[in-house]
Design a protein around this ligand. Structure first.
Ligand SMILES: Cc1cc2nc3c(=O)[nH]c(=O)nc-3n(C[C@H](O)[C@H](O)[C@H](O)COP(=O)(O)OP(=O)(O)OC[C@H]3O[C@@H](n4cnc5c(N)ncnc54)[C@H](O)[C@@H]3O)c2cc1C
Length: 373
């Protein structure tokens, strides 16, 4: 049989698909990317673009920190319109109970060489004067940053093209068999591997994949430079992000380089309806006002929703499908896909090219969430 035209056909040109396209094509593979809409127009356009390190589990920490260091290395080549902002994050403790968590996190990160600092009540008030007075303190994570993810995805797509990747927009992957990718316009691409980086839609192509959409709302304001200086997240966010059944909101505000503020965040299961829900939005904004009383006086420009691809254990799916050696997955990133896109791409390249892995990839293998017939 003749050599396939492509080594890998990637479904999806969000931040994950474009990161994979850039990494795999730079590594010498022949790559095609299939995308029905536009580059970076899915969950990637709906997200906040917070490049964060998290420690819900050792495996989440390993992936987020590795990816954060990859983002830092990428910064010098990012275009200005990627709006990279090294603002750091502040995890806000409202009371002494949450302050104990600040100290626990501080020790965890310090022991793993992540730059981190504890702010007491007064230092926090000086760092963020628009917070309500009397907060207990905060954890400052100075390596965290912010990026405008649709433009970062566009940059990664351009980079992939420079290394020879072939982008096929306005077409979707409809089905596949060993060595063949079938597209919606009838084209059949001959390929060694298929990589599903199509976010929540991957579940439509892989029976038994345990992943569900988790809706989120965001609001962007007019320009108020200096109103907030860091990405601000309440420590209670962890409770809401961990909940696997109930709807939840948390105080989460981000400064943009434009001077605008992004206000989040909400999490909902059990709906595919993208409509902005005024009840959920009101709840989210009420939480923001609780933490920042003057935020309610700012002018809103736009609100929108998006869907996170949520797995049962909150870790993404990166690697081969257990039953089909030609099929790979790069999805299930929930609320951290922008943060972890670059690490995802490295891990896939390590797997496909049999390189020695930069971090252990066993915790992210898809087999753990597959229901077998
Ligand atoms: C409200 C909200 C806030 C968030 N905030 C953050 C944050 O601050 N930091 C962070 O790291 N993450 C955040 N996230 C999560 C992040 O946005 C996602 O994890 C990430 O964008 C996922 O990227 P992706 O490339 O996997 O998916 P997507 O961006 O959804 O891309 C998938 C692409 O696949 C295409 N596609 C679908 N079906 C097919 C098919 N059959 N064939 C080919 N292509 C197909 C789609 O058109 C789409 O373009 C947030 C998410 C939401 C909803």
């Amino acid at each position: 049989m003749s050599k396939p035209s492509y080594d890998v056909v990637i479904a999806g040109a969000g931040i994950v698909g474009t990161a994979c396209a850039a990494e795999l094509s730079e590594s010498g593979l022949r790559v095609a990317v299939v995308e029905p809409k536009m580059v970076g127009g899915g969950a990637t356009a709906a997200g906040m673009g917070h490049l964060a390190v998290m420690d819900d589990s050792p495996d989440q920490f390993a992936l987020t920190r590795y990816s954060q260091l990859l983002w830092k290395a990428l910064v010098p080549e990012l275009p200005d319109d990627a709006e990279y902002l090294p603002c750091g994050s502040l995890w806000i403790a409202a009371d002494d109970f949450e302050m104990a968590e600040v100290h626990r996190k501080f020790a965890y990160y310090r022991d793993r060489n992540v730059p981190v600092e504890v702010l007491d009540s007064q230092s926090l008030a000086e760092a963020e004067p628009n917070l309500r007075p009397g907060m207990a303190g905060a954890l400052l994570m100075s390596d965290d940053s912010v990026v405008y993810s649709p433009n970062a995805a566009r940059y990664l797509a351009e980079k992939a093209k420079r290394y020879g990747a072939d982008f096929r927009l306005h077409q979707s992957l409809t089905s596949f068999t060993k060595n063949y990718a079938h597209l919606s316009n009838g084209t059949i691409l001959n390929t060694e591997w298929i990589l599903l980086a199509n976010g929540t839609a991957a579940a439509n192509l892989v029976p038994g994949l345990q992943m569900q959409p988790r809706k989120g709302h965001l609001l962007i304001t007019d320009r108020y430079p200096g109103f907030v200086n860091h990405q601000l997240i309440e420590l209670g966010y962890l409770k809401s992000a961990h909940s696997v059944s109930t709807d939840s909101v948390a105080f989460n505000v981000q400064p943009r380089r434009t001077g605008q503020l992004l206000i989040g965040s909400s999490r909902q299961y059990g709906t595919n309806n993208p409509a902005v829900e005024s009840a959920m939005l009101s709840k989210m904004l009420a939480r923001a006002v609780e933490y920042m009383p003057n935020i309610g006086t700012l002018q809103s420009i736009r609100t929108w929703t998006g869907f996170r691809a949520a797995t049962p254990d909150k870790l993404p799916l990166i690697g081969p499908h257990p039953d089909f050696d030609h099929l790979y997955l790069a999805t299930g990133h929930e609320g951290l896909g922008i943060s972890t896109s670059l690490a995802t791409a490295k891990i896939l390249a390590d797997q496909l090219l049999h390189r020695s892995p930069s971090i252990a990839f066993a915790p992210y293998l898809p087999a753990r969430v597959m229901q077998h017939a």
